[in-house]
Each structure stands twice: as structure tokens, then as C-alpha cells.
Write a protein that binds this ligand. Structure first.
Ligand SMILES: NC(=O)c1ccc[n+]([C@@H]2O[C@H](COP(=O)([O-])OP(=O)(O)OC[C@H]3O[C@@H](n4cnc5c(N)ncnc54)[C@H](OP(=O)(O)O)[C@@H]3O)[C@@H](O)[C@H]2O)c1
Length: 233
């Protein structure tokens, strides 16, 4: 049983998705580190989140330093930078995993490789499977949050009507990420192994198509028929 909350690093946390997740977790009492290729950009985003929440707990730094300090790293870089970003933090994550064999850092991959202009499901392997291959077995990878719309996350006045599908080959890591999602106000469900994440990536092609056709920015998915501990709305 964990007594303290894990430290969360949002790698590429200066864009659209990262700050939304950071807001939700900082508000829930997590120590959040914003990661970027540029420390100043990370610090500016952290400052903006602190100001919005009336906190001073969110900090910013370069991606590798953020990855080294975190218990859970959430990757929210633009799709085209997926490999480059993971390789830039690989040494930091592997060193951290070596230091803490029984509690390795987790990489959560929120990447959905779908083009907004022409939304089509990507071919396997899943982005998160590639991440696991690049990082090696000592760093568990979890695919999650690909279907959580940035616009919904950033609107703190509204509950999140978006369920999170969690795919990983490591059940212990899945449970930690499910708890993280719940603390951020989302229902989350274990949805099978890492290779299933290709379906979740493909699902975002449907969500982008829905957004475009119905002129909204918050299309998402809800799961029914599965018992869970629903979060309080
Ligand atoms: N937007 C959404 O609603 C949404 C929803 C669910 C999942 N996602 C997923 O979340 C991820 C981020 O989406 P986004 O819309 O937030 O993207 P974004 O705003 O376009 O970019 C996010 C960050 O990527 C970093 N980046 C850009 N080029 C890079 C490079 N060559 N190497 C390393 N980092 C680089 C930038 O950070 P720095 O310049 O600070 O390094 C940028 O702030 C994507 O994989 C997307 O599929 C997005």
C-alpha cells in the first residue's frame, strides 16, 4: 500500500495535453514536474499552472532531469517526436530503474499517431510497444490518456466525461496509473496488454472525426458494463 503520492513528470508538458493533465494532478495534491527541451519554457508552463491553481508546487526542467526525478513519467510530446523524445530520456529512466530495482519508474505513453487533417488508425506496433522496446524491460511502459481531450482536461469547472483505457504488460504499473487517473477525476480501466494500445490509438481517429463533424473539441469514450470505483463528480 502506497502512503505517499508518486512524483509525476510530464515530458513535453508545455503543449496542449500535458498542461491539462498537470493541472488535474497538481490540483489533486501531486508533485508535478513539467518537462521540456527548454528549461525556461518548462518553468513558464509550471508558473502558469501554479498561478491558475494558487499553488507553488509545480516546477519545470529539461525532460531528462524531470524523468530522473519522477516515479511516473507521462509522455505528451507531439506524435512526430515520439522516438526522439523517448531516446532523449532513455538513459535517465534506465539509471533510475537501476537505482530502484523494486520500484522502477513507469513511462506512461499518451501518444496517438493520428493526423488531424486525415484521421486514420495507425498500423501496429502501438506507440507504447515501440516505447517498451526502446526502453527495455526494466522500465515498465503503460499506454493511457490517448482519449482524454486536452480541452476537457483544462476546463477545471467541468468534470471529465472521458474514461481512460490502460494497456500494459505490467499489472502493478497498471494499478498505479489507474489510481493516478482516478485522482485526476477520470474513471480508468485495465484494457489488456501493451499491444492492445494500437486499438486505442486508432480510436482517436474516430474521436478526431467526431470532433470535426460535430464542431466540438471534446469527443471521448465511456465504458459501460464493467464494475469500477467511479470517481466522485
Ligand atoms: N491534444 C489532445 O487533445 C490530445 C489528447 C490525447 C492525447 N494526445 C497526445 O498527446 C501528445 C501531445 O499532444 P499535444 O496536442 O499536446 O501536442 P503539441 O502541443 O503539439 O506538442 C506537445 C509538446 O511536444 C514537444 N515537442 C515538439 N517537438 C519535439 C521534439 N522534436 N522532441 C521532443 N519534444 C518535442 C513540445 O515541447 P517542448 O518544445 O517544450 O520540448 C510541445 O510543447 C500527442 O502524442 C497526442 O497524440 C493529445
Amino acid at each position: 500500500m502506497e502512503t505517499t503520492k508518486p512524483i509525476i513528470a510530464i515530458l513535453g508538458g508545455t503543449g496542449k495535453e500535458g498542461p491539462g493533465l498537470a493541472l488535474r494532478w497538481a490540483k489533486a495534491g501531486y508533485q508535478v514536474i513539467i518537462g521540456s527541451r527548454q528549461p525556461e519554457k518548462a518553468e513558464n508552463t509550471a508558473q502558469a499552472i501554479n498561478q491558475q491553481l494558487g499553488l507553488n508546487t509545480v516546477i519545470g526542467m529539461e525532460n531528462p532531469a524531470a524523468a530522473h526525478q519522477a516515479d511516473i513519467c507521462v509522455l505528451t510530446v507531439v506524435q512526430s517526436a515520439h522516438q526522439e523524445a523517448i531516446l532523449s530520456v532513455r538513459a535517465a529512466l534506465q539509471a533510475s530503474a537501476k537505482d530502484r530495482l523494486h520500484n522502477p519508474p513507469i513511462l506512461v505513453d499518451a501518444t496517438a499517431r493520428v493526423d488531424f487533417r486525415n484521421p486514420l488508425p495507425p498500423a501496429p506496433p502501438a506507440a507504447a510497444r515501440l516505447a517498451q522496446d526502446w526502453l527495455g524491460d526494466n522500465v515498465p511502459v503503460v499506454a493511457a490518456f490517448q482519449t482524454a481531450p486536452a480541452n476537457a482536461l483544462r476546463d477545471l469547472d467541468q468534470p471529465i466525461h472521458s474514461d481512460i483505457l490502460v494497456c500494459t504488460d505490467n499489472l502493478e504499473a497498471a494499478e498505479k496509473v489507474i489510481r493516478l487517473a482516478q485522482d485526476g477525476g477520470m474513471n480508468a480501466y485495465y484494457a489488456g496488454g501493451l499491444d492492445n494500445a494500437i486499438v486505442v490509438e486508432g480510436l482517436t481517429a474516430l474521436l478526431i472525426s467526431l470532433n470535426k463533424y460535430y464542431h466540438v473539441k471534446t469527443a471521448s469514450v465511456r465504458i459501460s458494463g464493467v464494475p469500477t470505483n467511479p470517481v466522485e463528480k
